[in-house]
Design a protein around this ligand. Structure first.
Ligand code: ADP
Length: 578
């Protein structure tokens, strides 16, 4: 561990050693015996112990040989005996207590880090006393190297801003450990359950997460194979919602046994809509006409496309509110989800427009007509990201054997629940049973922006009887699936592994954009499977029975409405296994 490395470039606050504050009274430890670093104090007492012992042994041997009584001691011997006892007391109180505590207290890997474990076979590291700052006898403060102790103290005292740690230390793991300890001391909260080690903090620096103190663990399950457009996909889903993966898996099975699903990408374009105020509504209308005039498109796209070799302007759609003009730019973004790319292109165009419209006052690069991470009709109607339709014909016998229901019940349920029910609820893009469950789980597993599940989950699920009413046609139409396979969280190790599982990791060199589009179809295929399975479970009317079996109390049912709809699947699957 590099934790003892000298701090480079730290300010004066770190250069001057400062004692750590000890709220609630200082607890003196053996290491505090001398006003020196613990390492030096240990060294001095060990040397004293060895020297005193060696001297006394030599003296006693001489006395035995010369038949001098042992109890006749001179000044030097008295000093040696005193030194021996003092160093013994010190060493026992330091290492002895640590040794006993290491036996009586169970430790995990985090605790190992907290006490600064050394190499195997080394003397046991000093175990810190309960931290008075935390006020809890169970809490064990991190025994950090002296340099890090100083930095933690400075962060706690507000002398060093926590956000500069990575830059100043040049060691992201160490910075996270110091920040974590400072947070622990400031809040008095234990965060041992939040792991620190086992994560590459350098990989998130400057692009994924600031001020890290650890990482949250999420299980990833695999649903599949999902037979989609002739390919088999094993779909990674990160979730803590029981039965969700099982449910999607059952849907995949029904799709595969019916010959698979097919998908089509209707459009692919990320949007950004700046808002500008003009002196009058008439003037705003002039700018609108300019932007929407096909004769100006080539000029605008030339300016826009300078932002990236992958950004290609597709169009501009304008809306007005008085003298405010909202300009919704849409562009293809290759394999990137594209928010950065489209924003840069929009900025290029705004700068360009200033020549002809110097009276244009740009209020914001984003005027919410985009519309990012908010439920909005514009995305539902016009689409954002990838607009995908996915469909399958489920055979009568599969509906019966795998889904344990019948076509007529499914069609009726879908009409009443997903269409009429959602209309009654005033839903916006919510004409489905649980599209967002599958969307969010795949988003988290593959490093997408989970906040974009809002519009990415917009979905209308349609069910119809086909082939003389024997088989079931099911489709999901999702106009705003916002995914990428480069940029953002997609390059992190775990997320990249999940993308790799789907064969869509990174940029597609031969056909830029096709990896991201393929990922969008997998999302839609997963939703198709999830819809099929949950609707079937509901149609089979097993909801309450399933809850009873899986030991959900009746009290819990009301608060776990969506989860409860999932739990039934487990019962269905149990039955199908028997
Ligand atoms: P976003 O626009 O989704 O926020 P970034 O700003 O990280 O994502 O842009 C993606 C980056 O990846 C850009 O720098 C782009 O040049 C690069 N890149 C490499 N290959 C591709 C590709 N096939 N499609 C899109 N971007 C790519």
């Amino acid at each position: 561990m590099e934790v003892r490395r000298k701090v480079q470039g730290f300010g004066s606050a770190a250069a001057v050693p400062q004692p750590l504050p000890r709220a609630g009274g200082a607890r003196v430890q053996a290491g505090d015996a001398l006003p020196l670093p613990i390492r030096h104090t240990n060294l001095i007492f060990s040397a004293l112990f060895a020297a005193s012992l060696a001297y006394l042994m030599r003296r006693w041997r001489e006395k035995i040989r010369s038949s001098t009584p042992l109890h006749v001691v001179g000044l030097a011997e008295m000093l040696a005996i005193f030194g021996l006892i003092a160093s013994l007391i010190y060493l026992l109180s330091f290492f002895g207590i640590a040794f006993v505590q290491s036996i009586v207290s169970s430790s995990d890997e985090d605790e190992d880090f907290l006490v600064g474990s050394g190499p195997a076979g080394a003397a046991p590291a000093p175990v810190p006393a309960p931290c008075a700052l935390l006020g809890s006898p169970a809490s064990a403060p991190e025994q950090m190297p002296d340099e890090d102790e100083e930095i933690v103290a400075s962060v706690v005292a507000g002398k060093i801003p926590s956000y500069v740690l990575e830059t100043r230390l040049g060691d992201c793991r160490r910075a996270a450990g110091i920040r974590r300890e400072a947070v622990r001391r400031i809040t008095g909260r234990q965060i041992e359950g939040l792991p620190l080690d086992g994560f590459d903090y350098a990989s998130i620096l400057g692009q994924c997460c600031e001020l890290p103190v650890g990482y949250v663990q999420l299980p990833v399950g695999i649903a599949g194979p999902l037979l989609l457009d002739g390919q088999r996909f094993y779909v990674p889903m990160a979730t803590t919602e029981g039965c969700l993966v099982a449910s999607t898996n059952r849907g995949c099975k029904a799709i595969a046994e019916s010959g698979g699903a097919t998908s089509v990408v209707l459009r692919d374009g990320m949007t950004r809509a700046p808002v500008a105020r003009l002196p009058t509504a008439r003037r705003a209308a002039e700018l609108k006409a300019f932007l929407e005039d096909p004769a100006n498109f080539d000029t605008l796209s030339m300016v826009f496309n300078r932002s990236s070799r992958f950004a290609r302007l597709q169009g501009v759609q304008c809306a007005m509110a008085g003298r405010n003009l909202f300009m919704r730019f849409s562009c293809s973004t290759g394999d990137a989800m594209g928010m950065n790319m489209v924003s840069k292109g929009v900025q290029n165009v705004l700068d360009f427009l200033h020549d002809d419209f110097p009276d244009m006052d740009v209020i914001s690069i984003s005027g919410n007509f985009c519309s990012d991470k908010k439920a909005a009709a514009v995305n539902w109607i016009e689409g954002r990201g990838k607009s995908v339709v996915c469909e399958a014909v489920i055979k009568e016998e599969v509906v019966k054997k795998v889904l344990k229901t019948n076509v007529q019940s499914l069609v009726e349920l879908n009409t009443i629940k997903n269409l009429a029910g959602s209309a009654i609820a005033g839903a916006l893009g919510g004409f489905n049973a649980h599209a967002s469950n599958i969307v969010t789980a795949i988003f988290i597993a593959t490093g997408q922006d989970p906040a974009q599940n809002v519009e990415s989950s917009h979905c209308i699920t349609m069910l119809e009887p086909v082939n003389d009413g024997k088989d079931l046609h099911i489709s999901v139409t999702m106009p705003s699936i916002e995914v990428g396979t480069v940029g953002g969280g997609t390059q992190l190790a775990s997320q990249a592994a999940c993308l790799d599982l789907l064969s869509v990791k990174g940029a597609n060199r031969d056909s830029p954009g096709s990896n991201a589009r393929l990922l969008a179809t997998v999302v839609a295929g997963g939703v198709l499977a999830g819809e099929l399975s949950l609707l079937s479970a509901l149609a089979a009317g097993q909801l309450v029975k399933s809850h009873m079996k899986y030991n959900r109390s009746i009290k819990d049912m009301s608060k776990a409405a969506s989860q409860s709809e999932i739990l039934i699947i487990a019962e269905e699957m149990d039955k199908s296994r028997k």
